[in-house]
Design a protein around this ligand. Structure first.
Ligand SMILES: [Zn+2]
Length: 174
């Protein structure tokens, strides 16, 4: 495998796992020349052809790069690493392959990506949601945002209730 950084050909595989459907094998590699790490994805042959059904019922071939570029846009200037974005795309693909064989709706992909993005960065999540979920108006987006804030508050309150240690009022480091 050619190293994307220094273009040398020698590497070792340090981790490899397949998605649940076993259709994609992800290999973490380390270049023996420059020691940098990169990830490769091998799609199992048997006609890996997934079609995305768009809202207007038109169909296009599934393209991981489209998902990645959407995520990158949403994460622009946000503290989200390139690795985290690749991981997120992996998770979305795993969900797709677990459930769909030949066709998947663009809505499913968008919702899956949103669910994962939401756990990583709220601002990126809102940006992604506003573009991909095609909110009809600002009110709908605001409603989504409000629910998110409420859930956040609830989670914070639950945390407080759970811990009865005397110093639980101190800010958490993690
Ligand atoms: Zn290298």
């Amino acid at each position: 495998m050619r190293c994307p950084f220094c273009k040398e050909n020698e590497d070792k595989v340090i981790d490899s796992r397949s998605s649940e459907g076993g259709r994609i094998i992800r290999r973490r590699r380390e270049c023996l020349a420059c020691n940098r790490r990169f990830t490769t994805y091998e799609k199992i042959a048997e006609g890996f052809k997934l079609t995305v059904v768009k809202r207007d019922r038109s169909r296009v071939p599934y393209d991981r790069e489209k998902l990645i570029s959407g995520l990158l846009k949403a994460c622009y200037k946000r503290p989200v690493s390139a690795d985290a974005i690749q991981d997120l795309a992996d998770k979305v693909e795993e969900e797709i392959f677990r459930r769909f064989d030949k066709e998947v709706s663009s809505i499913f992909i968008g919702e899956s990506a949103m669910r994962h993005l939401r756990q990583i960065d709220k601002v990126a999540y809102i940006r992604f949601a506003s573009v991909y979920m095609d909110f009809k108006d600002a009110g709908e987006l605001f409603e989504e945002f409000r629910q998110m804030m409420e859930e956040g508050e609830k989670a914070a309150t639950e945390d407080e209730e759970k811990s009865d240690e005397p110093n639980s009022k101190q800010p958490k480091l993690f």
